[in-house]
Write a protein that binds this ligand. Structure first.
Ligand SMILES: *Cc1c(COP(=O)(O)O)cnc(C)c1O
Length: 305
């Protein structure tokens, strides 16, 4: 979709890829359904398991349900009730274990070891990356003259898949990752030249939080080799993106989904040709969204208040 307001502002066409309208409210169903489709009948009979508090867990639960296979999503006690309900409603078996994502991962490891379930992680897996990559193929079909594609970046499954697809078709198109300044694990790892851990901080772009895994197998190298740049945004810049999406585009997006708009509004993207940006998700707490569009909440601390 051509954004009139952003195109006028930057002086060249800006297209929005509306992935927040995907079933489950984010692009994650692409990777989850591709990974499940690639399982052997024997693997399907063992069921799938993941630790995820967010959009991957939701997508995996739905993809498994559509295939009629068992899904277990492991989470810590800290996960809010509404997120639990969304995943339970999709028929997944939700396990609440411990007080952290690490505790939840231990339960995943136990289910893999003892019940031989198949783990499908949120980003560092070839079939997940390939599934997210279908988004890059669609972008190249819909906007073949794109000079740049702006991709929200966390663990890098989306950015790796999109960059591989886009660069395979159009090597000169720039692919730029965008993260929040607060706790950008991939950016810190790229700067260090190897996967590193960063402190996880509260951010409006909560779907971009979390590490890339110190034993990262695929997405670190793919982001290192394929991304042209990584841009970091302040909480104010993310809030401005959410607000602009609502007021100018009439779209409700979550913080992670608004970083492309935020980067353009902050004049942080040095590109002068047609630009595509991915609105990656819309699963934001609506009370928080209301405060942001009213200009009341622009930081993660206000978010908790
Ligand atoms: C998962 C997610 C991302 C980031 O994807 P990665 O593959 O982890 O980089 C961005 N936006 C939304 C809404 C997401 O759910």
């Amino acid at each position: 979709m051509l954004s009139q307001s952003l195109s006028e502002r930057v002086g060249h066409p800006v297209h929005l890829k509306l992935e927040h309208h995907q079933t489950t409210g984010a692009f994650k169903l692409r990777g989850a359904s591709n990974a499940i489709a690639a399982l052997t009948p024997e693997q399907k009979s063992r069921g799938v398991v993941a630790a995820s508090t967010g959009n991957h867990g939701r997508a995996l639960a739905l993809a498994a349900k559509l295939e009629g296979i068992r899904a277990v999503i492991c989470m810590s006690k800290l996960v809010p009730e509404n997120k639990l309900d969304a995943i339970r409603r999709l028929g997944a078996d939700v396990r609440i274990v411990g007080n952290s994502q690490d505790d939840a991962q231990q339960e995943v490891d136990r289910l893999v070891a003892e019940e031989r379930m198949v783990m499908l992680p949120p980003f560092d897996h070839p079939d997940i990356i390939a599934g997210q990559g279908t988004l890059g193929l669609e972008i190249m079909e819909q906007a073949p003259d794109a000079a740049a594609v702006l991709v929200p970046l966390s663990g890098g499954g989306l950015a790796s898949g999109v960059a591989a697809a886009v660069k395979g078709i159009s090597p000169n198109t720039k692919v730029i990752g965008i993260s929040m300044a607060r706790g950008a694990a991939m950016k810190a790892s790229l700067d260090a030249g190897r996967p590193v851990q960063v402190e996880e901080l509260a951010t409006l772009a909560d779907s971009l939080g979390g590490g890339i895994g110190l034993d990262n197998r695929l997405t670190f190298a793919m982001c290192r080799d394929l991304l042209d740049d990584v841009i970091l945004l302040s909480e104010d810049e993310i809030a401005a993106g959410i607000r602009h999406a609502y007021e100018q585009e009439r779209e409700i997006v979550e913080g992670a989904g608004a970083v492309g708009i935020g980067a353009l509004l902050a004049d942080k993207v040095g590109v002068s040709g047609p630009t595509v940006l991915i609105l990656s998700g819309r699963n934001i707490d609506m009370a928080l969204h209301r405060r942001i569009v009213c200009g009341e909440a622009a930081t993660a601390t206000e978010r908790v208040a």
